[in-house]
Design a protein around this ligand. Sequence first.
Ligand code: CO
Length: 435
Amino acid sequence: MITAQQQVKDLLDFIDNSPSPYHAVKNIEEKLSAFDFKRLNETEKWDLKPGSRYFIVRDDSSIIFFVLGKKPLSETGYRILGAHTDSPGLKIKPNAVNNADGLLRLGVEVYGGPILATFTDRDLSLAGRISYKAASGDIASRLVRFDQALLRLPNLAIHMNRKVNEDGLKLHKQTELPLILAVAVEQQLSEKYLHNLLVKASDIDAHDILSWELSVYDTQKGVFWGDNKQFYADSQLDNLASCHAGMQALLDENTLNSDNTLVCAFFDHEEIGSESTKGASGCFLPDVLQRIGFAMDVDKEDYQRALARSFMISADMAHAYQPNFPSAYEPEHKVTVNRGPVIKVNANHRYSSESLSEAMFISWCEASEVPYQKYSHRADIPCGSTIGPMTSAKLGIRTVDVGNPMWAMHSIRESAGVEDHCYMIKVLNTFFSVE
Ligand code: CO
């Protein structure tokens, strides 16, 4: 029996090895291969066998993996868990290096909605993918990661920012976010500087590197904290914690031999609205579900019957109550860390939950002896959203929005409760395995 601490240790290792969505997907692929999942290519014909396991990667940072059930799709539908692989943060601009005032700095663009002030005074570095001309003449991609603290955004001393504790730290997105990289040496060609670093880190010849996508990440590793180590902290808990919980729930011998068709779909680009070839609002999931149907000779009507029988859990982190800020929360919906997964409800359908899908999730919590909580955002503060509403609208699949409670969502250092991670794995395991 794996303890809650061991599950969370595995999660922290997964996050620390996944400094970008590309790395997260690579790590998931490796884990799946150890469980006999076969890679399918979207350009090839799919030959699928009931009871077998498969995965598809789109553009290196979104992944769908599934276990094909032994029963016909029209009788079981798909059981889907959706989550996202990306987190808000900073991305490096193409012509990134700026040489001024004796320093080289890297220009960044803000990706999604991070709490920018949390990026100051951290041991930052870079990770992502490089696209290059391979020896065969084809264009290929390779992941790259700098392990050392390479970059920093030093805060302004309080002596120059006397009101920082009253007004908060505000950073101008264009002028105050460039990250310090090195002392400039005279006659250095600044535009070649980052290129040279990439050559060294990737082992690709300088003239073969054509383009790249790099995100800023925090090199500090995850920790357990609190007197009894009941909490944990790391970057990217939103939403790699949900990806990890889904993966652990599915990769269980009982679940893997299910009669039902079980699907995990983890998408990039959620933090920027999901509108892309690999985002949750794109065609990736509909394409894959349909192709599973084609490969199983399911006709159009039976495919629609399968969708009508399907269920999706959209798992994304939720806001835990922080008692220092009582006025930020809806007083009757204070969600507590370590008291179980949260069902998210919103009248304007920013979350996809409705009473029937909520009730089904509650029944799986009860069957797994897992406590649950309900969350509603304050009516006077705009509510966030998830991949739930867009995927359920596209596919017509009944969906519930859930997530584990966490503090400091979109900070570079988020934290959550150890017990909750185990609870989530348990209830997702029940979702995948109940008849
Ligand atoms: Co999220």
